[in-house]
Design a protein around this ligand. Structure first.
Ligand code: ZN
Ligand code: ZN
Length: 555
């Protein structure tokens, strides 16, 4: 017995037997330069994928075998003379023909009069798919459409078929038309199984997209797909589908608020915007500009990230919270309604390529009665609407203040919409002036008292000791069975100790008297001091929100 290495079928592992056979070829070697030239005219996304085509072309040493011996494929439209081997080609006007069934265009071999036999081979599948751009642009079927549509704007495909689909398409279209088949080529990646291995039926790790769609919906599934960067293989991540569900729900709720707030006429542009409208419209316009650039370079994953960030962390969390008061009390309606309409509709357009179902539904429910287009998917891509750098700064300042107060509320276990008894805000004069321009909005959003004062400058504050706490982790090992007694003594003399610390800055073991020890308690970490900031001579608590911005809370 001799052991040998043999090639096997990748699927069923049966050894492969090589058979010599006559085949049809398409000349490719003479056209290497042509393909490389055409490839240079095409924009590749990502750029490095072009190198893969170039390496392939440069390494080619034989022509393309275009015939296959299989049952199902496109027949090769030729007849062969049984006697002399002469080839008779089908007439173009007769195609499509199947030479095993159809008659040849001539009765006998034009060379020797011999009998003609239809070719039983079929084409390699890439012979058909390599002319898809010609088919799609009505080549030889409608000259006018062809002129308008060819070269196509985009070839979307995966990186595993650069050497086949991309290469053969460029080759054949260049040979038939003298031009490149498309202006851009975009390489998607593969979706791998959750552990990062390629999906194979034989490995049992195939994720059925229909099951995911059934459970979470198609748009949520697309949310995951859109997180996969161009040209990169990505493990399937269910958490990104779940993230998609949350985002879709958020968008739905935002649009419901928009639809309830805009009234029954299409809002027209106001003569002037209130600050936070100018702010959010500027933020939105910058988003549109950035996303347009990203989408133009097929960087859809980054575009979606930016849209998502804007929707959650600027529009929903801040802007909508800020204008709820205006909407409920009918203030600044002209400015607010126009802004809500513009951004509410604009983000639907931005998300339309990602979430075609949700955006279309929202369009029909909310915007279609004011717009011309039958579908959001044929509406115009949004354009920047306002860039006002100064108001953008104002809005950011207001947002910063509101966020800081809300953070303080949540840190202190206060519900975000609960009223707080805050009598005034101190801040540098320029900041106070910005706050005053949006006074009602700040008061409404934070549920501050109507008479809340915004005061320029900083308050005269004093620090007071609110409480002292024993650090038992240090005191225990030091005093052992005496620690309880010491703790009791300290608790009973707390006021005295605080006074002592306020005048001397610390307290020593000697001051306590019952422990025969050296050293001081604060410096060495035996007690911790809790301080509070008060306005001199007043009882209210002063919270330093950030920088030189203070909020005074009545106690
Ligand atoms: Zn097999
Ligand atoms: Zn012949």
């Amino acid at each position: 017995d001799i052991e040998q290495n043999v090639g096997v079928c990748w699927r069923c592992k049966t050894p492969i037997e090589f058979i010599n056979a006559k085949q049809w070829f398409l000349k490719t070697i003479p056209f290497k330069k042509l393909v490389l030239e055409m490839s240079n005219r095409i924009k590749w996304y990502p750029d490095f994928m072009k190198k893969r085509l170039e390496d392939w072309v440069n390494s080619l040493e034989w022509d393309w075998v275009i015939s296959r011996q299989r049952y199902f494929a496109t027949p090769i439209p030729v007849w062969e003379c049984k006697k002399c081997g002469n080839i008779v080609l089908a007439r173009e006007e007769d195609c499509y023909v199947d030479p095993t069934v159809d008659d040849p265009p001539v009765d006998a071999c034009p060379k020797c009069g011999g009998e003609l036999k239809g070719c039983e081979d079929v084409f390699d599948t890439w012979m058909d798919s390599s002319i898809s751009p010609l088919y799609n642009t009505f080549w030889k079927r409608d000259e006018e459409k062809f002129k308008k549509l060819y070269p196509m704007s985009l070839r979307p495909q995966a990186h595993d078929i650069i050497r086949t689909w991309a290469f053969y398409t460029i080759l054949r279209c260049a040979l038939l038309t003298g031009r490149e088949p498309f202006k851009n080529i975009m390489m998607g990646g593969f979706i791998l199984s959750e552990d990062g291995t390629p999906m194979h039926a034989s490995l049992g790790n195939v994720i059925d997209p229909l099951e995911i769609i059934e459970e979470y919906g198609a748009d949520a599934f697309r949310c995951y797909a859109a997180t996969c960067s161009l040209g990169e293989d990505n493990p399937f991540r269910k958490k990104d589908v779940v993230r998609g569900v949350r985002l879709l729900r958020k968008l739905w709720n935002i649009e419901r608020f928009v639809s309830l707030s805009i009234g029954d006429k299409k809002p027209s542009k106001p003569s002037e915007f209130i600050d936070i409208d100018a702010w959010i419209l500027t933020r939105y316009s910058k988003l549109v500009k950035r996303c347009t650039e990203l989408m133009d370079s097929f960087n859809y994953s980054q575009a979606m990230k930016e849209m998502e960030k804007f929707v959650w962390h600027e529009f929903a969390d801040h802007y909508i919270e800020m204008v709820k008061g205006c909407v409920y009390r009918g203030e600044n309606l002209e400015s607010v309604r126009f802004t809500l309409y513009t951004i509410g509709f604009g983000i639907m357009k931005l998300f339309a390529p990602f979430f075609p179902h949700l955006t279309e539904e929202v369009y029909h429910q909310v915007f279609k009665k004011f717009e011309k287009e039958e579908s959001i998917h044929i509406s115009k891509w949004p354009e920047p609407i306002l860039i006002d750098e100064e108001k953008e700064k104002y809005g950011e300042e207001v947002k910063k203040f509101i966020s800081a107060v809300r953070r303080w509320k949540s840190d202190n276990g206060i519900a975000l919409n609960a009223p707080i008894k805050a009598s005034c805000t101190y801040a540098p004069e320029d900041v106070i002036n910005i706050f005053l321009r949006s006074r009602n909005i700040i008061i409404d959003t934070l549920n501050l008292p109507r008479e809340h004062k915004f005061i320029p400058g900083s308050p005269e504050v004093e620090e007071r000791i609110k409480d002292i706490k024993l650090n038992f982790a240090k005191i225990g090992p030091l005093l052992r069975d005496k620690s309880k007694e010491v703790a009791k003594w300290i608790a009973e003399h707390k006021d005295k100790i605080i006074k002592k610390i306020e005048t001397d800055g610390d307290i020593t073991w000697k001051d306590i008297g019952i422990a025969d020890l050296e050293g001081s308690l604060i410096r060495e970490g035996y007690i911790k001091v809790e301080k509070e900031v008060k306005i001199k001579g007043e009882e209210g608590n002063v919270i330093n929100l950030y920088d030189a911005v203070y909020l005074v809370i009545e106690t």
